[in-house]
Design a protein around this ligand. Structure first.
Ligand code: 4AD
Ligand code: MG
Length: 431
């Protein structure tokens, strides 16, 4: 039997024709000797109508009895129907209930917590379906961008022995009598790989033992990271802004329907183009104060500060030249002003905040050793990282994009947990 997807049958060309479709019952009601139900599949929904005479009394009764989310295959004639939710209706000649469903736990007005407890079932919702498709397109467009621009895909290990982004958010795991950690970032491994491949990227999970409960923190997230030999801070930012615009364009082209379903302001996204504004950290502090948020030089920008500041932006903004003290040890100090480092964060507008962290790396041996010492870190723990500065070191830069942070903003979601199928947070480990 040749089945069509619902999306394919919602056209005037198919109207009047007999089709086979299959999916799940999304809504259902009986009106006398007719049963109307809305069928959904991965692509869309369509109203179907079954009359008792055609179906036969017994099958009609069976269909009447089963609940929403029962799976069903059917054969019927497509008809144009203005009053149906997607403009067409299928007059069912024959159907088969494949898997019955009774008392599906998810109905209207369930709390966020309830939906998270039942996330394995909530995945079927129209809303999740739209988010999952946008997310899939984002991964696809990321690969497309990197490959088209000469980056090689590669992978670092997930079990590691040291911190990249500070010890306080490391997850410790027992490792055959030794201590290991789950990786916070593949950056240092990517740095080793540029000595072979020059331009590399990886898309992999990163783990952070984040105790903070915010709208933007997960303990496990997908991290798109890149590292490039011979690049300086500005070179890296140029690739990043092109990458962000490329992905937005792809999502606008392929996922417009889904964005609209989520009530995302599509016009706002259409207006985003390169180059993104670059603002020094110093200027951001001034900007914040001018807009009524009291910050002083040296303060880190946390979730609340970024929300406040980026509500005033209508496109992503790069913030550069942070003070050395508030960034990890590996950032290259600015030769013109060693109090600041050659780094950048990309802040998404509309109150979303940081989606990328990146910058130029220290490439001189003596500078790296000094910075490790200043931060009370043991160079032996980083012996292989230090080695890179011993054998033919080169200037280089890289970045990490939090994929869920990006999807969160792109789809205009209220919480990052909606941007990943199975969110892991301080309180949530199931399903
Ligand atoms: O700014 P971060 O900590 O930078 C790094 O990890 C660098 N080593 C990356 C690199 O240069 N290769 O993290 C990078 C990005 C952040 O901008 C944010 O988008 C995301 O990772 N991120 C998180 N996303 C979700 N939940 C969390 N707890 C996150 N922590 C960071
Ligand atoms: Mg950061």
């Amino acid at each position: 039997m040749n089945y069509k997807h619902i999306e394919e049958i919602l056209t005037d060309d198919i109207a009047g024709k007999v089709v086979n479709i299959r999916g799940w019952i999304y809504r259902k009601r009986r009106v006398g000797k007719l049963i109307f139900f809305v069928l959904r599949d991965s692509t869309d929904i369509v109203q179907c109508v079954v009359d008792k005479k055609t179906a036969g009394a017994e099958k009609f009764k069976m269909l009447d009895k089963v609940g929403v989310e029962s799976s069903i295959t059917l054969t019927g004639t497509v008809q144009k129907e203005e009053r149906a939710p997607t403009g067409y209706e299928v007059h069912v000649q024959n159907f088969e209930i494949v898997g019955e469903s009774y008392n599906f736990p998810i109905g209207r007005d369930k709390s966020d917590e309830f939906l998270l407890d039942n996330r394995h079932l909530w995945m079927r919702s129209r809303e999740m379906n739209a988010i999952l498709k946008i997310r899939s397109t984002v991964f696809d467009a990321l690969h497309e961008f990197f490959v088209e621009n000469g980056y090689y895909e590669t992978h670092g290990p997930m079990f590691v022995t040291g911190a990249v982004e500070g010890g306080s958010t490391l997850f410790e795991v027992p490792y055959f009598g030794r201590k290991a950690y789950l990786t916070q970032s593949s950056q240092f491994y990517l740095e080793t790989l540029i000595f072979s491949l020059e331009k590399v990227f990886t898309i992999a999970p990163s783990f952070r033992a984040e105790k903070s409960r915010t709208r933007r923190h997960l303990t496990e997230y997908w991290h798109a990271e890149a590292e490039v030999a011979w690049y300086h801070n500005e070179d890296m930012m140029r690739d990043e802004e092109r990458m962000i615009v490329h992905i937005i364009q792809r999502v606008l082209k392929d996922r417009k329907k889904e964005l609209e379903m989520l009530n995302r302001d599509v016009e706002f996204l259409k207006n985003i183009d390169t180059p993104f504004e670059r603002m020094k950290y110093e200027k951001i502090i001034e900007f914040a104060n001018e807009h009524g948020l009291e910050l002083k030089y040296g303060d880190d920008l946390g979730a609340d500060e970024e929300t406040f500041i980026t509500k005033h932006f209508n496109a992503p903004v790069f913030v550069t030249h942070y003070p050395q003290e508030i960034k990890p040890f590996y950032h290259r100090p600015d030769p013109d002003n060693p109090r600041v480092v050659l780094c950048h964060d990309l802040l998404a507008p509309e109150g979303y905040g940081e989606i990328i962290g990146g910058g130029e790396r220290i490439y001189k041996l003596e500078v790296l050793l000094r910075r490790l010492e200043e931060e009370n870190l043991n160079p032996d723990d980083y012996f292989w990282y230090v080695d890179l500065r011993r054998y033919g070191s080169v200037p280089h830069a890289g970045f990490g994009l939090g994929v869920e942070r990006f999807v969160w903003w792109l789809a205009g979601l209220d919480h990052i947990k909606h941007a990943i199928p199975y969110p892991r947070t301080i309180r949530r480990l199931t399903p």
